[in-house]
Design a binder for this molecule. Structure first.
Ligand SMILES: CC(C)(COP(=O)(O)OP(=O)(O)OC[C@H]1O[C@@H](n2cnc3c(N)ncnc32)[C@H](O)[C@@H]1OP(=O)(O)O)[C@@H](O)C(=O)NCCC(=O)NCCS
Length: 163
C-alpha cells in the first residue's frame, strides 16, 4: 500500500538523493531542511513500511500556493503517485476558493505537463530562459495555475488512483 506522509528528517537524505538523480536543478539536503524549518508543506508517498515512492514540496504565501518541487522514483511512475501528491496539495484549499496553486515547469517536460493538465492546471505564461541548466541548455518555463474560475478548476478525484 502507498501512503501519504509528512516528510520528516529521516527521509530527507533519500529524497535529496532522488532529486539529484531526476532533476536538472536539484534541491540539496539543506534546502529541504530549511523549507521544513520555515514550516513549509513537505510530503512523501511511501510504500510498505517506509520505501520512498515520491515527494513534493510547496509553500503558501497569502492566497497562493507554490509547488516548488515534485518527484517520483522511476520504478513507481505511472501509478498515480505524482497525481496523488499534487492532489493532496490541491485539497489544502478545500473551503478556500480564493486560493490558487502556481508552478513552473520546463517546456520540454512532457510528463509533468500532462500530469498538471490532467488535474486541471492551465498554462498562463512563459518565463523565457528561466532554467539555466538542462539537457538542451537554457530553457523556458511554463507558468501553470490551478484556480477556481480558471480551466476546470475543480479537482476530479475520479481521475486519481493509485495502481
Ligand atoms: C512527472 C512525474 C512527477 C510524474 O509522476 P507519476 O507518478 O509517474 O505520474 P502519474 O502516474 O500520477 O501520472 C498521471 C498522468 O500524467 C501523465 N504522464 C505521467 N507521466 C507521463 C509520461 N512519461 N509521458 C506522458 N504523460 C505522462 C499521464 O497523463 C498520466 O496518466 P496515465 O498514466 O493514466 O496516462 C515523474 O515522471 C517524475 O518524477 N519526473 C521527474 C521529475 C519531474 O519532472 N518533476 C516535475 C517538475 S515540474
Amino acid at each position: 500500500m502507498i501512503r501519504l506522509l509528512p516528510m520528516d528528517r529521516s527521509l530527507v537524505d533519500e529524497v535529496a538523493a532522488l532529486e539529484q538523480e531526476i532533476s536538472h536543478s536539484p534541491w540539496s539536503v539543506d534546502m529541504f531542511l530549511e523549507e521544513m524549518r520555515l514550516g513549509g508543506w513537505l510530503k512523501v508517498m511511501v510504500s510498505g513500511e517506509r520505501t520512498l515512492a515520491g515527494y513534493a514540496v510547496a509553500r503558501s504565501l497569502f492566497d497562493e500556493w507554490h509547488l516548488l518541487t515534485l518527484g517520483v522514483v522511476p520504478e513507481f511512475r505511472r501509478r498515480g503517485v505524482g497525481s496523488a501528491l499534487v492532489a493532496s496539495l490541491l485539497q489544502e484549499r478545500v473551503g478556500k476558493p480564493e486560493q490558487r496553486v502556481v508552478l513552473e515547469v520546463r517546456s520540454s517536460n512532457v510528463a509533468a505537463r500532462a500530469l498538471y493538465q490532467r488535474l486541471g492546471f492551465v498554462s498562463v505564461g512563459v518565463r523565457r530562459g528561466y532554467y539555466r541548466l538542462g539537457p538542451v541548455g537554457p530553457e523556458d518555463a511554463l507558468v501553470m495555475i490551478h484556480s477556481e474560475g480558471v480551466g476546470n478548476g475543480k479537482l476530479d478525484m475520479e481521475k486519481i488512483f493509485l495502481a
